[in-house]
Design a protein around this ligand. Sequence first.
Ligand code: F6P
Length: 323
Amino acid sequence: IKKIGVLTSGGDAPGMNAAIRAVVRAAIYNKLEVVGIMQGYEGLINGEIKKMKSHDVSNIIQRGGTILCSARSEEFRTVEGRKKAHEQMIANKIDALVVIGGDGTFSGARVFTQEYDIPVVGIPGTIDNDLFGTDYTIGYDTAINTVTEAVDKIRDTASAHNRLFFIEVMGRDAGFIALRSGIATGAEAILIPERETHTQELQTYLEKEYKEHKTSGIVIVAEGDKSGGAYTIAQEIGKDHPEYDIRVSILGHMQRGGSPSAFDRVTASTLGVAAVDALLDDQKSIMVGLVHGEVSHVSFNKAIKNKKKVKDSLLILNDILSI
Ligand code: F6P
């Protein structure tokens, strides 16, 4: 391998810039040429490729978003799109890729490596933390901190007015953001798709514990929860409990922005260097991750197909603490 390309794809996540910086500098450290590919796979197809030097990634470790921009490329899902991407790789003499993103990014990379036998290493970058084979994805820690700060503020006004809030957080079809931020904010209840029986549990809780002991209530609802989201569940509860003063807040894309936490910066730096090492070690179709604080390798196949489980211990923790 002489020249590698790096791109960010799918939803952006805080810490992606720190990962780009690490990939670029680790490549240069190992005497490789490195190019940045704009707009994810879309830029690969269209040849939006630029040489990266060490100073091109100066002063970005603290910045949210991604300097390479990101996209969810429909064209890369097609055989023709991937053919164009391969032609660009040949024209630009790119031997291998580092792709930073989530499961959609890795699904594309997996098919690409199968069709063209190109080494591709993935770095998990998504606020959702929904990738098997790594304890943390880049951006997750920052998103939890952002949600925690927002919910703390909502708690102030909820207490002032004795209100019950339903707050919807991101996470696609997983409940990692909801569960951890719910514990961090002392939420009265957390609704996540991984736990099926919670609507009934919530009713029981509101009738018993909440009525007697609480002056404000925060229910964190994962956007992928089976209840249908914060508005739907708030309406349902409101029908049965007209005595509650209920409000809904959808936090939305603010969860994806902001300066990455120190934890995300260190994770991104570690995984960026690990991705370049993996390519130099002849790895072809894997994601680098962190398991118990150590760098791990997992095939794209497993990272995409295996479902990461939420920790039962955290669910139990919340049951104990929300009484
Ligand atoms: O995967 C990251 C994420 O922010 C999810 O939590 C959310 O469901 C989705 O992306 C939103 O996507 P978009 O930015 O395309 O609306």
